[in-house]
Write a protein that binds this ligand. Structure first.
Ligand code: GLV
Length: 324
């Protein structure tokens, strides 16, 4: 039995694997950075199972490099757009993810971006740290109010709903767009109204993206969408970078088509579109959605448990079912 863990992960996950298979059967990458492509292909060769992260691209080539023993890829993430489900299905490889456990942490981070971008926290901190702050000023770093505004949620899954729950404390009007309507009880509980994408674009003061990355959602936000938004609006993205065409967002901020953006994810991670780095009104974090000690520990534990279940011939608890 050979289990390849492609990156340094919290001990909670490693322990599960060591208890199940013994240390000698686990190939642990001790690096805290993503492997090069060649190193990854080498590292996973001969594996029965791979515990992967969002920085590993696991496509047909990688699966073939792993070889015929590979039975399961357990992604330590809720998103799994880094894994080719078609290639996995064609080779009888199961894919699992870690849904649910990172919902609240990611919703908290979306709110960090909402409040940080609305109140110009990044710009203000940069000014203070640079030693440029000369004391309180009546016109200094005036941001925008969040309380009582209209929140638009694009993608009303677990994380979108958790963001909406928090918005109730801010007395916001909540609109959402999702192909699948919420049931009536949840809609009432969240006081959320389903609308067409165009209505969301036109009405949101804050538009927060929570859909998975799929061929349908890639570049769902381009200059065409930004032109329809309020000039005072803010875009927030904690889902996947390629949902937003970053070059267009940069133009939209630069030309004042929208007022601000809060981003945790990028189209070509870890690269950020250079122009965005120059936009003071972009509040930028480095893909931290689930990054709390508790959440990452639980994610590692769950990913490892999925491997143990799959290799024991059981249906892993978080098996990804395409289209669900
Ligand atoms: C992180 O981005 C995840 O999908 O869990």
């Amino acid at each position: 039995m050979k289990i390849a863990v492609t990156r340094r992960i919290p001990e909670a996950g490693v322990e599960v694997l060591i208890n199940a298979y013994g240390r000698e059967h686990i190939r642990l990458c001790e690096e805290d950075s993503a492997m090069t492509r060649d190193a990854l292909l080498d590292f996973i060769a001969g594996a029965d199972a791979i515990l992967s992260t969002v920085t590993d691209t696991l496509d047909a080539e990688a699966m073939d490099a792993a070889g015929p023993d590979l039975k399961v890829i357990a992604n330590m993430a809720v998103g799994y757009d880094n894994i080719s489900l078609e290639a996995a299905a064609a080779r009888g490889i199961q894919v699992t993810n870690t849904p649910g456990v990172l919902t609240e942490a990611t919703a908290d981070l979306a709110w960090t971006l909402i409040l940080g971008a609305a109140r110009r926290a990044g710009e203000a901190e940069r000014c203070l740290r640079a030693g440029h702050w000369d004391g309180w000023g009546p016109l200094q770093f005036l941001g925008r109010s969040v309380y009582g505004q209209t929140l638009g949620i694009f993608g009303m899954g677990r994380i979108g709903r958790a963001v909406a729950r928090r918005a109730r404390g801010f007395d916001m009007t909540i609109l959402y767009h999702d192909a699948k309507p919420l049931d009536e009880e949840t809609e009432q509980h969240l006081a959320a109204r389903r609308v067409e994408k165009e209505v969301l674009l036109r009405n949101a003061d804050i538009l927060s993206i929570h859909c998975p990355l799929t061929p349908e959602t890639r570049h769902a936000f381009t200059i065409n969408e930004f032109r329809q938004m309020k000039r005072t609006a803010m875009l927030v993205n904690t889902s996947r970078g390629p949902v937003v065409k970053e070059e267009d967002l940069c133009v939209a901020l630069h030309e004042g088509l929208i007022d601000a953006a809060g981003l945790d994810v990028y189209e070509y991670e870890p690269c950020v579109y250079p122009g965005l780095l120059l936009e003071e009104r972009a509040f930028l974090l480095p893909h931290l959605g689930s990054a709390t000690v508790e959440t990452r520990g639980t994610m590692a534990h769950i990913a490892a448990e999925n491997i143990v279940a799959a290799l024991a011939g059981r249906v892993p608890p978080n098996k990804v079912v395409p289209g669900e």
